[in-house]
Design a protein around this ligand. Sequence first.
Ligand code: GUN
Length: 281
Amino acid sequence: MEFTKIDGLKISAEVKAEVKEEVGRLAEIGVVPCLAVVLVGDDPASKIYVANKQKACEAVGIKSLSYILPEDTEQDELDELIESLNESGEVNGILVQLPLPKHLDEDRVIKLISPKKDVDCFHPYNVGRLWTGDPFFLPCTPAGVIELIKRSGFEIEGKDCVVIGRSNIVGKPVSALLQAENGTVTMCHSKTKNLGEICKRADIIVVATGHPNTLTADMVKNGAVVIDVGINRKPDGKLCGDADYENISKKGVAMTPVPGGVGPMTIAMLMKNCVKAVSGE
Ligand code: GUN
C-alpha cells in the first residue's frame, strides 16, 4: 500500500458535525447541554487545551462555563466548586483540566466528580464499566483513536494490536477499547524487551509514551496502521509525536500526523460525551 495520512482534522470535523445535529435535535425539545470546564493555575499548554475545548463547544452548540482558578487554590476550595457543580441542575458535564498544580490531589478530584457528569471518563466507576464491557462514557482520547482507525476504513477484529505506554488516561483504556473491538492486544511499556520485534508483527500500533522517536521506521511493517497519541515540543518549538513521522511516512503505512491527528479527535469525542451526559443510558 501507499502511504496514507490519517487526517484527524477531517475525521474530527465529521464527528463534530454529527454531534451538532444531535445538539440541534435536543434544542428542539428545549435542552442545551452544558459543560463546566475547570482550570487551576497557568500551565500554558492547559490553557490552550481548555480554549480549544470551549471553542468546540461553541461550534456544536454546547454551552460552556469556565472556572479559572489561581495557582494557589486550596484543595477545599476546589472540592467545594466540584461539589456545587455536581449538584447544579444546569451542568451536565464537568471537566477538570489535568495536570493540577502539585499541591492538589488529582486522584481525589477525579473521584469527587459525579460519575454521571464525568465526561473525561476518569472516575473509577466509569473505568470499571469500560472494562466490564458496559461503558457509559467512553474515554475521549482512546475513543478518538478507535474512531480514527474505523473511519479510515481499517478493521480491528482479529488484528494484532500493539499499545506502547500503559497510562490510565491513554494506554490502558485504548487496550480495553481495542479488545472490545475484538483486536488481539499486546501492551508494551518502558520495561518491555524486544519492543522492535513485537511492533514489527503488529497490524495496528498505538504509541502513547510521551517520548519522541519511541517508534521508528524499522519497527513498523508495511501495511501497518500507526496512531500517534504523543504531543511533544521539540527544542525549535515545533510539536512532534512519539513516532518518527518523517521516516515512517516513507513506508507503505497509514499514520496520523502530529499535530492534526489524535488531538482534534479527543475534543470531538468530548463533545459526544457532553451529549451523552444529557441523553443518559
Ligand atoms: N490533560 C491532558 N489530557 C487531558 C484530558 O483528556 N482531560 C483532562 N481533563 N485533562 C487532560
